[in-house]
Design a protein around this ligand. Structure first.
Ligand code: GRF
Length: 229
């Protein structure tokens, strides 16, 4: 499966996707990395792995359409030209237009640094710390027009101790993100994600029963259970 990855920042999730694909564990090829921030660290990871990049500032776009619509239309054209079959958001810090979502050449996935539906928006990790939750985590979900509101594919949870900082929590959350995102993309590549309303059902791999999620006796709770990562 060819995927286009959109990233605005340091790109640790993109890097893990590239590493897992290069190792042959993740059966996906990043055919294009796109960014609204030409300085994004993500672009350097893409270049290191020989992946073509598309990076433009939204301010370069204007005209009859609003600049947001023009920017998204240009991204979409590049994504289609690259032959992508799915779009993966990896720290992409801009809302996508409804037109982009409608015309994307396949599902659009996002990873969010909280247990949705808690703490939607740009600062999910910080908001969880400020709220003093005791368990937080991360979520991979399908992107719909509703902000951080699409059907959930996989979540992973981790504890937060009193007095711990946002950095403490985000260190743990990122480690979990780097495991669940390649897994979710692999399930998508295998055609094993069936959307039923709000629910995403994980279809069994041929000849392989679904592993039950582990009993909640562990510090990390991941559901569905990881299979490969
Ligand atoms: C991650 O925490 C992700 O959940 C959020 O943006 C961050 C991106 O991190 N959407 P990185 O750029 O992949 O390191």
């Amino acid at each position: 499966m060819k995927i286009a990855v959109l990233a605005s920042g340091r790109g640790s999730n993109l890097r893990v996707i590239l590493e897992q694909a290069a190792a042959g564990r993740l059966k996906a090829q990043v055919c294009l990395a796109l960014s609204n921030n030409p300085e994004a660290g993500a672009l350097k990871h893409a270049a290191e792995f020989g992946v073509p990049t598309w990076a433009h500032k939204p301010s370069e776009f204007s005209g009859a359409q609003s600049s947001r619509a023009a920017f998204d239309a240009a991204m979409l054209a590049a994504i289609k030209d690259a032959g992508a079959e799915a779009v993966v958001l990896a720290g992409y810090m801009r809302l996508l237009t409804p037109e982009f979502l409608r015309e994307a050449p396949g599902p659009v996935l996002n990873i969010h640094p909280s247990l949705l539906p808690s703490f939607i928006g740009l600062h999910g990790g910080k908001d969880a710390v400020d709220y003093s939750v005791r368990i937080s985590g991360c979520t991979v979900h399908l992107v719909t027009e509703e902000l951080d509101g699409g059907p959930i594919i996989i979540q992973a949870a981790c504890p937060l101790q009193a007095g711990e900082s946002e950095d403490d929590l985000m260190g743990r959350v990122h480690a979990l993100e780097h495991r669940i995102y390649p897994q979710a993309i692999q399930w998508l590549a295998e055609g094993r994600l069936k959307v039923e309303g709000r629910a995403v059902r994980l279809l069994p791999a041929p000849g392989k029963p679904i592993k039950p999620a582990p009993a909640p006796a562990f510090a990390h709770l991941i559901s569905p259970a990881l299979e490969d990562f």
